[in-house]
Design a protein around this ligand. Structure first.
Ligand code: UD2
Length: 308
């Protein structure tokens, strides 16, 4: 396959590129390097199967990809912070929803055979406890511009498939973690922040009482889902990508501290506003439609992330 990976220099994107190149595909990374890093792709230096194009997905992708032969697209490029989307909804809308429309217009014009899109558990909003683990057909009730943009993008993918014949598949990622997740922003994934601090023996801060739960899925399992989505078939199909298991943030903090030798203190700070209480994916559709079951046990994935 000849695959464009938008956001291919980012955390999930660079792992996707690794897997595509390992199976023999040709890959074009389209990334504006605002948060993506060339270092995430340094392992492919010298390969003729990787082309890197610097471009904002919401501006000029037709020109950026001109002359390249493209079969399929994995669309991961996004503004990824829910909190930033609340502060700057217009930027979020333009990059996240606008970016998806640019990708779909390109796919339509070029006859691309599959677009796989990274949506998010954010489309569900705060799910009532009775609906956990949350199934794909549960109500979509996003609570942030980020969630609205992801849901709007899903609708656009469905529309381009139904009306313009562009095959599309999209996944709702739960809390993805693993190597190369950048801990440097306050809104980085909690595992990247806790791992970074616990490695140094620095204190971990839990927002709220730590009873909130999340479904943490290892990036390698997410990449297997993305690759399954790139295959023919399953157009207009959405699946959650999670493990089906939840852990409290307190339990997570204690596990990471113990894996690191137990020196970090665990402190508490005020809960984040708009905090979701419980999050856990129903994973039967991922298994039944795509043949993918998340395999990495949390403790093993944490050891890899911590490089211990
Ligand atoms: C995740 C996604 C987000 C969106 C959302 C959908 C990440 C990084 N973010 O947001 O993009 O899809 O799910 O619901 O995957 N926490 C602490 N201490 C810290 C940092 C975080 O206690 O230093 C808590 C935080 O309050 C939350 C949990 O850890 O309860 C997870 O936080 P997060 O920022 O990793 O992800 P989340 O679930 O808010």
């Amino acid at each position: 396959m000849n695959v464009v990976v938008t956001g291919g220099a980012g955390f999930i994107g660079s792992h996707t590129v690794d897997a595509l190149i390992a199976r023999g595909d040709r890959v074009v990374v389209l990334d504006d390097f605002r948060t993506g890093k060339r270092a995430n792709l340094a392992q492919h230096a010298g390969t003729d199967r990787l082309t890197i194009v610097e471009c904002d997905v919401s501006h000029g992708i037709f020109a950026a990809l001109a002359g390249l032969s493209i079969d399929r697209i994995v669309h991961l490029a996004a503004q990824v912070s829910v909190v930033s989307s609340v502060a700057n909804p217009l930027v979020d809308m333009s990059v996240n929803y606008g970016g998806t429309l640019h990708v779909l217009e390109y796919a339509k014009a070029m006859g691309v055979k599959k677009v796989v899109f990274a949506s998010s558990a954010a489309v569900y909003g705060d799910v009532p406890p009775a609906l956990i683990p949350v199934h794909e057909d549960a109500p979509r009730a996003p609570l942030s511009p980020y969630g609205i943009d992801k849901y709007a993008s899903e609708l656009a993918l469905d529309y381009y498939a139904a009306v313009h014949g562009v095959p599309t598949t999209w996944f709702r990622f739960f809390n993805v973690y693993g190597e190369r997740q950048d801990p440097s922003s306050p809104y980085s994934g909690v595992i990247s922040i806790f791992a970074d601090r616990a490695r140094r023996g620095a204190p971990l801060t839990i927002f709220g009482d730590g009873s909130q739960t999340r479904d943490f899925v290892y990036v390698g399992d997410v990449v297997r889902a993305v690759l399954a989505g790139l295959a023919d078939g399953n157009s207009r199909v959405v699946a959650n990508v999670g493990t089906g298991a939840e852990i409290t943030v307190r339990g997570l903090a204690e596990l990471i501290v113990s894996l690191c030798g137990g020196t970090s203190e665990i402190a508490h700070a005020a809960a984040r506003s708009g905090e979701i209480a419980k999050s856990c994916a129903a994973v039967d559709r991922l298994r039944d439609a795509f043949g993918v079951v998340a395999q990495m046990p949390l403790a093993d994935g944490l050891r890899r992330t911590l490089a211990i």
